[in-house]
Write a protein of this length. Structure first.
Length: 413
């Protein structure tokens, strides 16, 4: 079902029911489509209500949390589940191991979804040289943005590094640029990646699509600088007009050194901090033939690679790299490693050193992206909606995210 407001005065965010009309969890209009979506699977909705009652019968918050978290998978549109979970997750009986084991499948699913090629411009922040109030239309589509200046630009912030497969410009009317360049922000610097000469024109003379093929470098923002426009035939004043810019690609996410200055323990007692201090002039040594290093990461992390900086590049013995989730091995690889490209999820990084009489290591760097419990539960919310991108579902997803933002737990910050 595609919901719309028939007498749209204030938009979804500010529309409510009339006095005397029965409403769902809240009086705001977007909660009606959410209740409808919940009731599309009545057995699932009824089951989660029973699970809510069952969860309330346990005094141990650990069991309440586990039941309620499962219920949000069965029917994430059951708004009351998220409120009940906020109480359960905040109690001291909820430890990091339980949270990591519960949340790691959500993070893995989010990463799998993120690898899908989608319109990564949709819903992103747009700034423009003119008519800023209408600039969002460039990313959303369905209307148009104009400029009555002879030189104009629009910029889309993609929110982080992205791989670009294709960029399509839907020009408005005949007001397209005959001389433009496309810049991409790569490693914090804008670089020209395309010009109008690279454009393949589709459709008719009016409202044509301009198609540009992607490029190799990871991109955080794109900026279209336009010159040599054409006055529109209707108003006689707009040189440039864009109905939409569609950017298909993959959101890669921010990668950084996540081991730097983290808590570390080794087989050698209190030693080991020199392995994660960023100072390559210091080093750690061990003469125990079976040595080990454990680094406590900041939350649950999507791992990209691990690098062991051996003194003089002299790799000693053999190593076992383990990604731990909930205190247990989630993934591991064995061999002789300097750098290991090893994708997975980890709450702790464990490195076992074997088959040498001594080990001398200058630094260990783990690269990836880390998330707390709030981040991951916010990822889960839109996964359960049929059309999370609609205005009304975006409203309730933001509302539930606000509830999650107030969660308090060991892994919540």
């Amino acid at each position: 079902t595609n919901w719309y407001l028939d007498n749209d005065i204030s938009g979804w965010a500010e529309s409510t029911t009339h006095t005397g009309i029965q409403y769902t969890w809240k009086i705001q209009a977007p909660f009606f489509p959410m209740m409808n979506e919940a009731q599309l699977k009545p057995d699932a909705y009824r089951l989660t209500e029973k699970m809510r009652v069952l969860a309330g019968s346990f005094s141990n918050s650990k069991y309440r949390f586990m039941i309620l978290e499962d219920a949000t998978t069965v029917c994430p549109q059951n708004y009351d589940l998220w409120y009940d979970m906020s109480t359960a997750i905040s109690e001291e009986t909820i430890d990091n191991d339980l949270l990591e084991n519960t949340l790691s499948p959500i993070l893995l699913q989010h990463e799998d979804n993120r690898q899908e090629i989608t319109n990564i411009a949709k819903g992103k922040l747009v700034t423009a040289s003119a008519f800023q109030d209408d600039a969002y239309r460039v990313a959303e589509g369905g209307s148009e943005w104009w400029s009555d200046d002879t030189v104009a630009w629009v910029e889309i912030d993609l929110g982080g590094p992205c791989k670009i497969n294709e960029l399509r410009i839907h020009w408005w009317g005949t007001s397209y640029s005959n001389d433009y360049d496309l810049l991409a922000e790569i490693d914090g610097e804008f670089i020209q990646v395309k010009t109008e000469d690279d454009e393949e024109r589709e459709n008719s003379y009016y409202n044509p699509w301009g198609v540009l093929q992607g490029w190799d470098k990871m991109t955080s923002k794109v900026r279209l600088n336009m010159r040599d426009g054409s006055i529109d035939p209707w108003y006689g004043k707009y040189y440039f007009g864009i109905r939409q810019i569609v950017i298909t690609g993959i959101e890669v996410g921010e990668m950084e050194v996540i081991s730097l200055n983290r808590q570390i323990v080794t087989n050698s007692g209190d030693t080991g901090q020199e392995l994660v201090d960023g100072d390559f002039s210091t080093y750690w040594t061990s003469t125990d033939r079976s040595s080990w290093i454990k680094i406590d990461l900041d939350g649950l992390c999507v791992m990209d690679n691990v690098e062991i900086y051996w003194l003089n590049d002299d790799i000693k013995g053999r190593q076992r790299i383990q990604y731990l989730v909930g205190g247990k091995t989630n993934m591991q690889k064995k061999g002789q490693f300097g750098i290991l490209h090893f994708q997975g999820v980890a709450g702790d990084l464990h490195i076992k050193l074997q088959k040498s009489n001594s080990y001398i290591i200058q630094e260990i760097t783990a690269v990836g992206s880390c998330y707390n419990a709030r981040d991951i539960l916010k990822m889960k919310v839109p996964m359960g909606f049929l059309t999370p991108e609609t205005t009304y579902n975006s409203y309730v997803i933001d509302d539930i995210s606000g509830i999650i933002e107030d969660f308090k737990c060991q892994l919540c910050s």
